[in-house]
Design a protein. Sequence first.
Length: 251
Amino acid sequence: MKTLSHSLFLLPLTLLTASCAVSHPPQPADNPNFVLPDIPREPLPEKNIPYPRLDEQTQIDHLGIQIARLERTVEELNQRLHTLEQQRTIKRPTTSASNPKAQRLDDRKLKMNYLANGGGVPSETDSAAQNELRLYNQAQKYYQRNNFSAAVAILKEADGGNGSEIARRNMYLLLQSQQRLGNCESVIEIGNRYANRFRNSPQAPDAMYSIGQCQYKLQQKDIARSTWRKLIQSFPNSEAAKRASISLKQR
């Protein structure tokens, strides 16, 4: 009888404990409030489509990174081969005076090559721009699949930008990928270069805001506030400036 009374006494406590456990579900991990927006007129990943969470996801990500590196290596080799072919085409073979016919044949080939290429041999600058465009398209595919590590691996040398439009896009996509991975030190470094080199681009204010956001996460709070104030002063009418103003008031 005493055991039964003791069990009845513990029953409400057990129910109360279970009720508390149900009424307070585990809170999700804290997510950043701001994510760098994509550049307009570029295809975006479809929304509200859940990506499957596979047990082998980590292995898939590693394989994606390896594939991205191999693709980049292939592109570099293709570019090098293209450059060697140009040098071989432009370079005239040495011929003796006793063989004028061979000299005329070489001249004809050079002329045909000149006309076939629109009046001029493709320059190394054109080849580099084409390679940057291919890298951008490859990295964007991985970014849209949320494989940000592979995108970073492809764009690992795009952190400086050479002033061209495609270089700007590559640099910004690299900045987006680093932010998604939570690599704040890289975000600050690349973001500063982007905001200075491409100051007149529409994404420069967002880059500055992300810099301040990462500085704050790294406990560089005074520096973050200074960055946000500079953003408000430099781009007062931007959406990023509005976010910076709110962040200053909240912090």
